[in-house]
Design a protein around this ligand. Structure first.
Ligand code: AMP
Length: 444
């Protein structure tokens, strides 16, 4: 035994890998609240839930997100099949996978648009820092198969409603831009390149590469020198074709109609290749783009890139850890049902047997019950009830078993009374209140 102890002491402590976290029960209360809000809002608008696999062929992301994006170039967790013939990657985002599923399962034959939502873990090999992790969770919405500025406004409205439901809306601003279509973006990208040519020395290492491979991304680089140049660069709103201008104007008018405040941001481009026309993000009023909670836009070319016919689409994704960060900043206490309502303490073999049945019956009624199973004294068990923050404690000793009674202690008041054992279930339901019972329901 002592040898084993020594051996254990020499072992390095086991820890979660860098950049990934356990979700402890307190944070699950926030997660549950977000999930409930998302499911509720999704149901209201006819969205149905989808889960794509945690890993997919690397090709799904390379084609969908774009070979030259930071996500695909630097941030994917990739691995090979055992025969080395296939490359897989953990999903860094869900849109590419959802579109792959839309095509694979013939959803193109369903009435369009197809409205899907997801709540999933994602993985990016990022440098871990506050709000940027290697495993994180996103909720997202995709509307595939119809082109209309009202759909862009509706998906923004959905995101806005979720932020309102979570009571963080006033901490955020909606940033919005149009990055044009294939037609007008081509000329704009040429103008942008011409502006940057000759200024390469002022660009960061990544932006030097972006200038040739993904010039739009030069506009949203977070490096200070690159930001100064981006401010002076030609603006896309001047380059939009009449159709894109009109489309964008319509989206903004719909937002106004829906009473959603927005900031027009001509530098906003989003980091993924598949967007066109509308792009938007929700930024923290103080931290700006660094701590965006989510973003999205129109991606009319993606279905085609993934091997399907030309199909318009629009989507949104938000990071749950960042949402939780803002909820905590605002001091929001998530509504939850984890409270222990009754603690059952007992002393003696017969009482223990009887209390087992009682615990089960109370739970079946929808009461949250903890039972003491140890052989501790009543005093020790009462301390436990206190530590678990139970509202009530039921005490069953040998005398109570003989008398057919049970002691009920109100933990807040510190008062005690004797109840008839036969009435205890009824009494507890009355004291807790039928509205506070946790009944199993499939509608939550
Ligand atoms: P993106 O589509 O990359 O803008 O991601 C959408 C949202 O997901 C972001 O606004 C963040 O809230 C969240 N997110 C993205 N990457 C990470 C990460 N590495 N860690 C935590 N949250 C992230």
């Amino acid at each position: 035994m002592s040898d084993m102890l020594e051996e254990n002491q020499n072992q390095p402590k086991l820890k979660a890998p860098k950049g990934v976290h356990d979700i402890l029960p307190e944070d699950h209360q926030f997660m549950t609240m977000i999930k409930k809000v998302v499911r509720h809002r999704a149901r209201q608008s006819g969205f149905r839930r989808i889960s794509t696999p945690i890993f997919e062929s690397t090709d799904v992301f390379a084609r969908g997100i774009g070979d030259s994006t930071d996500i695909v170039k630097k941030e994917m967790f990739s691995f090979s099949s055992k025969d080395g013939k296939r490359s897989y990657s953990l999903k860094p985002e869900s849109t590419a996978g959802v579109v792959r599923a839309y095509l694979e399962h013939g959803m193109i034959n369903l009435p369009q648009p197809v409205e899907l939502y997801y709540i999933e873990p994602h993985f990016r090999y990022d440098k871990p820092q506050k709000g940027r992790y290697r495993q994180f969770h996103q909720l997202g919405f995709e509307v595939i198969g119809e082109l209309d500025p009202a759909l862009d406004a509706q998906i923004i409205n959905l995101a806005h409603k979720i932020n309102q439901d979570l009571e963080i809306s006033e901490l955020l601003t909606l940033q919005i831009n149009s990055i044009g279509c294939k037609k007008c973006r081509g000329q704009y990208i040429e103008d942008l390149k011409n502006f940057y040519y000759g200024k390469e020395r002022s660009l960061c290492f990544d932006c030097k590469d972006r200038l040739e491979k993904n010039p739009l991304r030069l506009l949203d680089c977070k490096e200070e020198d690159c930001q100064i140049l981006a401010k002076m660069a030609p603006k896309i709103d001047q380059a939009l074709c009449p159709e894109c201008k009109d489309y964008h104007k319509n989206v903004l008018e719909f937002l106004e109609e829906l009473d959603i405040p927005y900031v027009e941001n001509t530098s906003l481009v989003r980091g993924l290749d598949y967007y066109n026309r509308t792009v938007f993000e929700f930024w923290g009023k103080e931290e700006g783009a660094q701590n965006a909670i989510g973003g999205g836009g129109r991606y009319d070319g993606l279905v085609e890139i993934m091997g399907g016919p030309e199909t318009p689409a629009v989507g949104y994704a938000a990071g749950m850890e960042r949402l939780i960060g803002y909820m905590k900043e605002k001091g929001i206490k998530p509504i939850h049902k984890d409270k222990i309502q009754v603690f059952v303490a007992q002393l003696g073999a017969v009482a223990k047997k009887k209390s087992l049945g009682l615990v089960g019956q109370l739970r079946d009624l929808g009461i949250h019950v903890l039972g003491a199973h140890g052989k501790g004294s009543i005093k020790a068990q009462m301390r436990m009830a206190d530590r678990f923050d139970a509202d009530w404690t039921l005490l069953l000793g040998q005398i109570e078993v003989q008398d057919g009674t049970i002691i009920l202690r109100d933990m807040k008041k510190g008062s005690q009374e004797i109840l008839s054992f036969d009435n205890v279930l009824e009494e507890m339901v009355t004291r807790i209140g039928p509205e506070n019972l946790d009944k199993t329901t499939i509608w939550e």
